[in-house]
Unconditional design. Structure first.
Length: 157
C-alpha cells in the first residue's frame, strides 16, 4: 500500500515544497516510488498558484533538486487524503491541529523535527523567507537529514 505524505509550512513556497522535492529525489534514488506519494501545502493561502521562491529553487537546484510545485493552501480534505502530515514548525503544527476535523486526523500530524537525526539543536525548520542565502542552505541541510530518516523508515517497512 502506498503511503501519502504531506509537508506543510506557512507559505508553501520555501520549506515544504523543498521538503517535497528533496524526499522525492531520495525516494527515486532508492527506487521507492511505488511506496509513497508526496505533496506539500501551506497554512497561509496568499501564495496559492505561485511557483516556489526563486532563492529556494536556486539553492535546491545547486544540489540537483528540481522544484516544480505550485503553492496551495492546506484544506480539511487533506486529512483524509494523507496518512502523515508533517509540519515544519510549531506554528504550522498548531494551525494544522485547529484545522483537523477529529482526533484521528490530529493523530496524523507530526513535526519535522521528529525526523532529525544529525541536528539535535534544531526543534523546527526555520523560516528562510526574511533570511539571506545561508538561511536557505540551512533549510536544505535540515530537510536532507529528516528526509533521509523518512526514506530509511520506508525501507524498513
Ligand atoms: P515558507 O516561507 O513558509 O517556508 O514557504 C514563507 C513564505 C512566505 C511567507 C512567509 C514564509 N509570507 O509571509 O509571505
Amino acid at each position: 500500500m502506498k503511503q501519502h505524505i504531506l509537508f506543510v509550512c506557512l507559505g508553501n513556497i520555501c520549506r515544504s515544497p523543498a521538503a517535497e522535492a528533496m524526499l522525492r529525489l531520495l525516494v527515486e534514488r532508492n527506487n521507492l516510488q511505488h511506496r509513497v506519494e508526496i505533496d506539500s501545502a501551506g497554512t497561509y493561502g496568499g501564495h496559492a498558484g505561485d511557483r516556489s521562491d526563486p532563492r529556494m529553487r536556486s539553492a535546491a537546484a545547486a544540489r540537483g533538486i528540481e522544484m516544480t510545485h505550485r503553492a496551495r493552501q492546506v484544506r480539511e480534505e487533506d486529512f483524509s487524503r494523507f496518512d502523515r502530515i508533517i509540519a515544519m514548525d510549531d506554528n504550522n503544527y498548531e494551525a494544522l491541529f485547529r484545522l483537523a476535523p477529529d482526533r484521528a486526523a490530529q493523530q496524523k500530524i507530526f513535526r519535522f523535527r521528529e525526523y532529525l537525526r544529525h541536528n539535535p539543536d534544531w526543534s523546527y525548520i526555520p523560516d528562510p523567507y526574511y533570511e539571506g542565502h545561508e538561511g536557505f542552505e540551512l533549510v536544505l541541510d535540515l530537510l536532507e537529514d529528516g528526509c533521509q530518516t523518512i526514506v530509511e523508515e520506508l525501507m524498513a517497512e
